[in-house]
Design a protein around this ligand. Structure first.
Ligand code: DGY
Length: 465
């Protein structure tokens, strides 16, 4: 494990459960979570992790804002304001807004993306050229609920509302060419779940020469050991796609004509749908016309069901629109349409039983922490590797809200307690091994970066701090 693992071991890793985690523990958790966020502040925004991710990431910024909402509302607003400084003229909000201070510390950096001088990119922000899940609408709505003085912050909410509507327009105009109500992602990094086995299925359909992958040097492996990060063939494909985009100078919609990676993914669209609902509420508060958002919301929920629901498996699947096929892999993302109200009662009951089945919850002999990112019985499952199986706190937080929405309060509570227990026992990691009974020789249980900002932020949100 790289350097980050060595910092701030206030909650030492241990193999046996701590008995009776109580209020005192919560006090410690809160103090550590706040310290992590504070240490990761980089000027106006908070980086996702001390070393591995030294710039501002898009959906991270949303979750991180929640971590400040109750204790430092101004910083919560700063996170979103800083991110949207990178918004392009067409509405796209980039996956990364680069910090000038950390040039050269991350790959692929600003110069590799070659967005400089691209028409529509803001001149005063250094950004990548792709986007990420549109969490901002529902994050903004939660900030409104938590604002110490909502009226005083009305100009902020107005400004952000307009920016977020522009972002949704971008997704529906440029990423939904058939006007189906489903936006496609053009790169695994846009899903936020970079290394799901689902993307391998798409990659098997994409053929290119080795010479089409520009030379590159990874920096992630300076900080995290290779078994926990994507393999080289996946990384080659990530870079191949970036190269395709930069060669086209990011000119949409023209560049989509023969572009090989276009996937309609359930979580991405569920998040967009849930943010549509939030925009409707925010728009009402601001006295705005919300007709367009209502249409988007209805259409996205309908399309999630008509196109991405798989009735055999009882879960939503991704659809590869270039090769016109569903990707038959069960992942946590396939359960997240619970968040935007798409499933009916029968569908939600089926997803809940899948979530409690050996596919996600394990067996009495080999129980799992909820919720593995990739189902335990998928051939691509790997308990340690990035998105191939480990538990992510942001996914659990989204699922917690989705389950509560459908009245599955006990299971929602398990999402919360499993998450807090993982943090309490092993620390504030980027992701965690889903296996409860690990050989006692195996440490750590947490992988990627330690002192991970959204793990800290969502812990604070759950503990109401
Ligand atoms: C990474 O470097 O793994 C990031 O997730 C890309 O956005």
């Amino acid at each position: 494990m790289g350097g980050e693992a060595k910092h701030l071991e206030i909650f030492p890793m241990m193999n046996q459960p701590q008995s009776n985690p109580d209020q005192e523990d919560n006090g410690k958790l809160i103090a550590t979570a706040k310290a992590i966020l504070h240490n990761n502040i980089q000027g106006k925004f908070t980086k996702p992790a001390p070393k591995l991710y030294p710039h501002q990431w898009n959906w991270d910024a949303g979750f991180i804002a929640l971590g400040y909402a109750r204790s430092d509302f101004r910083q919560a607003c700063n996170e979103l304001t800083a991110l949207f400084r990178g918004q392009w003229a067409n509405g796209m909000v980039p996956q990364i807004v680069f910090s000038v201070q950390n040039v050269g510390k991350y790959f692929p950096g600003y110069y590799f993306w070659e967005t400089h001088g691209v028409p529509g990119k803001p001149r005063n922000a250094r950004t990548s050229g792709i986007s990420m899940p549109a969490v901002h609408g529902f994050i903004l709505n939660r900030l409104l609920q938590l604002a110490p003085d909502a009226r005083a912050h009305r100009p902020f909410f107005q400004r952000m509302f307009d920016r977020i509507v522009l972002l949704h327009q971008y997704f529906y105009n440029y990423r939904d060419p058939e006007r189906e109500g489903l936006a496609f992602i053009c790169h695994p990094w846009e899903s936020g779940m970079d290394n799901l086995p689902s993307w391998e299925e798409v990659f098997t359909q994409i053929h290119f020469e080795a010479s089409e992958v520009p030379p590159y040097e990874r920096r992630d492996l300076d900080h995290v050991d290779a078994p926990y990060r994507p393999r080289k063939p996946s990384y080659d494909r990530f870079i191949y796609l970036v190269n395709r985009l930069r060669q086209q100078r990011y000119q949409e919609p023209e560049m989509w004509k023969d572009y090989p990676f276009q996937v309609q993914e359930p979580m991405f669209n569920a998040i967009l749908g849930h943010s549509n609902e939030a925009l409707i509420e925010l728009g009402q508060w601001l006295g705005r016309d919300t007709g367009q958002m209502r249409e988007w919301h209805v259409q996205t929920n309908k399309a999630l069901n008509s196109k991405l629901w798989d009735d055999t498996k009882g879960i939503y699947l991704s659809y590869d629109r270039v090769h016109q096929r569903h990707i038959p892999i069960a992942t946590a993302a396939g359960l997240l349409p619970l968040l935007c109200g798409a499933p009916n009662a029968t569908q939600s009951a089926r997803m809940v039983s899948l979530l409690q089945s050996p596919s996600f919850a394990g067996t009495p002999e080999n129980p799992a922490w909820l919720c593995p990112s990739t189902a335990l019985d998928e051939p691509g499952f790997d308990p340690c590797r990035y998105w191939r199986g480990p538990v992510w706190i942001n996914m659990n937080w989204l699922m917690f809200h989705g389950l509560n929405r459908y009245g599955h309060t006990e299971l929602a509570e398990r999402m919360r307690t499993d998450s807090l227990e993982l943090v309490r026992r092993f620390g504030f990691w980027e992701y965690y091994d889903p296996r409860k009974n690990l050989p006692s020789s195996q440490t750590p249980y947490g992988y990627g970066s330690n002192q991970f900002s959204w793990t800290a932020a969502l812990t604070l949100d759950w503990l109401g701090a």
